[in-house]
Design a protein. Structure first.
Length: 232
């Protein structure tokens, strides 16, 4: 079989993947917000002096990171209704977003945890010297610096999340890969369609790269810590 260049180009420059790409962006952005929120809470808990909560968060992180994303997606869409006797029956979009968001939350928990621990210990000592409460120290001193440290690994997770949306074809969400699957199932032009699908995911990853660099540039101008200001 030869590569059908005309079909490849017509598909690449058609509007066929516009809506699926929009679905990927919306689903990934929503799941990322959920993941970041979970990660913030989980990361703070892992750096808190509450052993019981720490154990619960570690159990969550270990479980989610150890179970394949595809299994988690199927659980939320098919397993949860079976487990609850149909009392909870999520739509495909809700199940997909929750599955990806909860999965992302486990990784973001570790990123936030390590970001907090990477902040210079002098910042905590300076906060204590100023009699700041634990909450004030975290919100005003530690977390702003931890977020700046966490941006690069968060960017890697965002790109992985965009790619993981391809797994949503299993629950009939018409994202990029699902659209490609429908096409090559009808015309058997596997390589041409897969090439176009790959290019679309690559374009989304490149586009996010610009957002990533903008965020890094913005946070590079962030506040200096209390210890740094005192030293100056």
């Amino acid at each position: 079989m030869r590569f059908d260049l005309d079909y490849f180009l017509s598909l690449l420059f058609s509007t066929r993947f516009f809506e699926p790409a929009a679905i990927v962006i919306i689903v990934a952005a929503t799941a990322m917000v959920i993941g970041v929120l979970i990660g913030m809470v989980g990361g703070i808990v892992l750096n808190s002096p509450v052993p019981l909560l720490q154990r619960l968060v570690r159990l969550y992180v270990t479980t989610i990171r150890g179970v394949p994303v595809l299994v988690q997606i199927v659980f939320w869409y098919n397993g949860l209704p079976a487990l609850t006797g149909g009392a909870i029956n999520l739509s495909a979009y809700a199940a997909g977003i929750i599955a990806l968001g909860v999965n992302e939350g486990a990784y973001m928990t570790e990123i936030v945890r390590s970001g907090i621990q990477s902040v210079d210990r002098g910042q905590r000592e300076a906060s204590q010297a100023l009699s700041l409460s634990y909450r004030s120290m975290m919100m005003k001193v530690i977390l702003p610096q931890a977020f700046r440290i966490a941006i690069p690994p968060t960017g890697n997770q965002a790109v992985n999340l965009i790619k993981n949306t391809s797994l949503l074809f299993t629950i009939a969400i018409p994202e990029i890969f699902a659209t490609g699957t429908n096409l090559f199932s009808a015309n058997f032009k596997y390589f041409e369609v897969i090439a176009v699908v790959a290019i679309w995911y690559l374009l989304l990853a490149i586009a996010y790269g610009f957002v990533q660099r903008a965020l890094e540039h913005r946070f590079a101008k962030g506040r200096r810590g209390l210890y740094d200001l005192a030293a100056a």
